[in-house]
Ligand binder design. Structure first.
Ligand code: AMP
Length: 287
């Protein structure tokens, strides 16, 4: 079902289930791309990968209140549905864009998914409850769209790890595919939150990708985990206007921190605040 038209907009769970039912009856494979909208080329890379893996691509656009803390940007998170639909013309078949009331009739969900100990670390330490809220909505979306494959960005590496862990732990019948990070030419990872940045903050935001690059260069030179971490941290020492939240090198298989002298694959994770905007980034390393 390739089309250059804007995708069909589905506002209800019932309409989405109906589309899924008829696609399945026609023997089609379904891909789901969960997003919060304000789409950019990073999201479109997920959609393009979905097209390669399935016949029907459904993009969900839902700013999920359950995964925002009380002091976070739920109210001011960008909502740009018309532009999102235009961006998806010719690539997505349908957009599931429910209201909060459609997803949470009667208010918050009584039943939630608990993400487990890895979710207490890194993003979870700064954003308590975030990953429980994220996994709860992802499981709802998987149950609504019943896709063969669901696409997630490596940009949110801990999220992709926890989704895969949930799918394995709960035996959910879906394949989870992580798509590499899409960056601007200067290295800044694309993010819906980049639009909050002023021109000068946009320059400061490059500290995150520069720190990842410095750590990567250290690991490529054969230096240790401790040395790669120090190389990354040095970039933040030079930029006091960027407030580092965490910089950690983890084992991508467990998401636990690597020992200073570990060997094998690593993943460096970083989160920092530039002005009022919180940004995250990550990159693979090898020791
Ligand atoms: P969001 O709308 O921010 O919740 O993101 C929806 C999906 O797009 C998530 O799986 C993100 O990891 C993914 N995503 C966001 N930014 C990027 C990027 N720069 N490159 C690849 N995937 C991304």
């Amino acid at each position: 079902m390739t089309t250059t038209e804007t995708p069909t907009v589905l506002e209800t769970i019932a309409a989405t289930r109906e589309l899924v039912r008829s696609a399945r009856a026609a023997g089609k494979r379904i891909a789901l791309v969960p997003t919060m909208g304000a789409l950019h080329d990073g999201h479109l890379a997920l959609v393009a990968r979905g097209r390669e893996l399935a016949d029907v691509v459904i993009v969900s656009i839902f700013v999920n209140p359950l995964q925002f803390g009380p002091s976070e940007d739920f109210e001011r998170y960008p909502r740009t549905l018309d532009a999102d639909l235009a961006a998806l013309a010719g690539s997505a078949d349908a957009v599931f864009a429910p209201t909060v009331a459609e997803m949470y009739p009667g208010g918050a969900s009584q039943t939630t998914v608990h993400a487990g100990p890895v979710a207490e670390r890194y993003e979870g330490a700064s954003r308590p409850g975030h990953f429980d809220g994220m996994l709860t909505v992802v499981s709802k979306l998987l149950n609504i769209a019943q896709p063969d494959v669901a696409l997630f960005g490596q940009k949110d590496a801990q999220q992709a790890f926890l989704v895969k862990q949930m799918v394995a732990d709960l035996n959910l019948p879906v394949r989870i595919e992580a798509v590499p990070i899409v960056r601007e030419l200067d290295g800044l990872a694309l993010s819906s939150r980049n639009r909050y940045l002023s021109e000068s903050e946009r320059v400061l935001a490059l500290t995150l990708s520069a720190a990842l690059r410095a750590a990567r260069e250290a690991s490529d030179r054969g230096e240790s985990v401790a040395a790669a971490r120090a190389a990354g941290l040095a970039r933040f020492d030079q930029q006091p206007d960027v407030r580092l939240d965490y910089l950690v090198i983890v084992d991508p298989a467990t998401f636990l921190p690597l020992e200073d002298d570990a060997t094998g694959d690593g993943l460096i994770l970083v989160a920092a605040r530039v002005g009022a905007t919180r940004l995250i980034d990550n990159a693979p390393l090898h020791f």
